[in-house]
Design a protein around this ligand. Structure first.
Ligand code: ATP
Ligand code: MG
Ligand code: MG
Length: 372
C-alpha cells in the first residue's frame, strides 16, 4: 500500500489520517511535537523542525506523496521534499497563501475582489496607509496569524504607535473594515486531472475572533452561490492547486462577495462534511493528492457544527452524555492533552430539519456540556 506523508500534526492532519487509514493507506507525519493529534493516528510520527531539511528529505523519501495540514512550511522545505516525492498542493501555493500580502496580490491578479488593502513595512508606512484606506480598518501581520492573532482594529482615535507595536513591528497589511452581512466559506477540491468539486456556501459565525459555529447551505440566491463557486474555481485554477482549498468570504450588505483569505487545506468550517457528505473534505484531500477521482459532495441533510474550545474544560470534564442526549449530535475530540482557553479541542456536529434547527441543536448540545 501507498504511504501518505503529512507535514504538521494538529486536528486537520488527524482527520486526514483517519480518512487515509480507512482507505488502507499508511500515514507518516512530521512535526516538532510528540503524541500529537495526527501522530496518534499515524503509523509513524517523525519528530523534527519544519526547517530541518535533512529530516524533511528523509521523510519525503519514505512516503509516496507529501501533503500538509500546517501551512507555514518554508519554500526551502517544500523544495527539498519535492525532490523525493510529489508535494500536493505544490510549495508555491503555500508560499503565496502563508503571506497575506502575496495572497491579496495573487487575488487581485486573478481579478477577484477583496477589501481595499495597503502593504505596511514600518511605522511611517502605517500612517500613510491609514490615510489612504481610512478608518475603521484592520492591521494584520503579513505572516503567521490565525484565530485573529496578530490583528488590531484601528479607529480614528487609535494610537498608531501602540497599534504598530502591538502586532510586533513586522511586515503587515492594512485592510478596510468590511461591514458584512455574513461570513461565508467555500471548501473546494481539485484533482490531479483538474476536476473540481465544492461543498457549497457555508455560513461562519465567530466569537472572540475564533470560529464558533458553521452552518451548511447559506440561503442566498443561486447567482451568489454560483459566484462563490466561480471564485473558488478561479483561485484553484490560477494557483494550479491539487488538493483542498477554502476561500473565506465576506457577504457585504450590498450583496457583494469579497475574498477575506485562503487556506490551502481542509478548513474548520468544512468539518461538518464528515457526517453530512458522502465524501468529506478530508476524503477529498486524500483523493486529490493521491490522484484518485474526487467524491460526491451533496449534503445529506441540514447540518451545523460548533467548536469545542479549551474553556469548556474549566472546572472539570464536560458532560459528554448530556450533549449526546440529542441523537442528531456527533462528537469529535482531537486527542489534545492540555485544554487551554481558546484552544480547539474538538467539535460537535448536528443534523436538523432545516438549517436553523441544526444550528439550534448543535448550540444546545454544546451548552449541555456545562449545565450543572
Ligand atoms: P483564521 O483563524 O480564519 O485563519 P485569521 O487570524 O487568519 O483567522 P482573518 O480571517 O483574516 O484572520 O480575520 C479573522 C476575523 O476577523 C474574520 O473572520 C472576521 O470576522 C474579522 N475580520 C478580518 N478582516 C476583516 C475586515 N477587513 N473587515 C471586517 N472584519 C474582518
Ligand atoms: Mg487565517
Ligand atoms: Mg480567517
Amino acid at each position: 500500500g501507498a504511504t501518505i506523508g503529512i507535514l504538521g500534526s494538529g486536528q486537520l492532519g488527524r482527520m486526514l489520517a483517519q480518512a487515509a487509514r480507512r482507505m488502507g493507506y499508511r500515514v507518516e507525519t512530521l512535526s516538532p511535537g510528540t503524541d500529537t493529534p495526527t501522530g496518534q493516528i499515524a503509523e509513524r510520527e517523525l519528530v523534527a523542525d519544519y526547517d530541518d531539511l535533512d529530516a524533511i528529505a528523509a521523510f519525503a523519501r519514505d512516503v509516496d506523496v507529501v501533503t500538509f495540514e500546517f501551512e507555514n512550511v518554508a519554500s526551502a522545505a517544500t523544495e527539498v521534499a519535492a525532490r523525493h516525492a510529489p508535494v500536493r498542493p505544490r510549495g508555491e501555493v503555500l508560499h503565496i497563501t502563508q503571506n497575506r500580502l502575496r495572497e491579496k496580490r495573487a487575488l487581485a491578479a486573478a481579478g477577484l475582489p477583496t477589501a481595499p488593502f495597503e502593504a505596511v513595512d514600518d511605522r511611517q508606512g502605517l500612517a500613510v496607509a491609514v490615510s489612504r484606506i481610512g478608518t475603521p480598518c484592520i492591521l494584520k501581520t503579513a505572516g503567521f496569524g490565525y484565530d485573529g492573532k496578530g490583528q488590531v482594529r484601528l479607529d480614528a482615535d487609535t494610537d498608531l504607535e501602540w497599534a504598530w507595536r502591538s502586532i510586533g513591528d513586522g511586515p503587515a497589511v492594512l485592510e478596510g473594515l468590511v461591514d458584512f452581512e455574513a461570513e461565508l466559506s467555500v471548501v473546494a477540491a481539485r484533482g490531479l486531472d483538474g476536476g473540481l468539486v465544492d461543498f457549497g456556501l457555508i455560513e461562519n459565525r465567530h466569537a472572540n475572533h475564533i470560529l464558533d459555529v458553521s452552518i451548511a447551505d447559506m440561503p442566498v440566491g443561486e447567482a451568489q452561490t454560483d459566484r462563490a463557486r466561480e471564485i473558488a474555481a478561479t483561485i484553484m485554477e490560477q494557483l494550479d492547486v491539487v488538493g483542498v482549498l477554502c476561500v473565506e468570504l465576506f457577504l457585504t450588505r450590498g450583496g457583494e462577495l469579497l475574498v477575506n483569505e485562503l487556506a490551502p487545506r481542509p478548513h474548520n468550517s468544512g468539518h461538518l462534511t464528515i457526517e453530512a457528505c458522502p465524501s468529506s473534505q478530508f476524503d477529498q484531500q486524500l483523493r486529490a493528492v493521491c490522484g484518485l477521482p474526487l467524491g460526491e459532495t451533496t449534503r445529506k441533510a441540514p447540518v451545523a457544527m460548533a467548536n469545542l474550545l479549551g474553556d469548556l474544560w474549566e472546572g472539570g470534564e464536560p458532560d459528554w452524555a448530556a450533549a449526546l442526549a440529542d441523537p442528531a449530535v456527533n462528537l469529535h475530540l482531537y486527542g489534545k492533552a492540555a485544554a487551554r482557553p481558546g484552544r480547539k479541542m474538538g467539535h460537535l456536529t448536528a443534523f436538523g430539519d432545516h438549517r436553523d434547527d441544526a444550528m439550534r441543536r448543535v448550540v444546545a448540545a454544546r451548552s449541555a456540556l456545562k449545565a450543572e
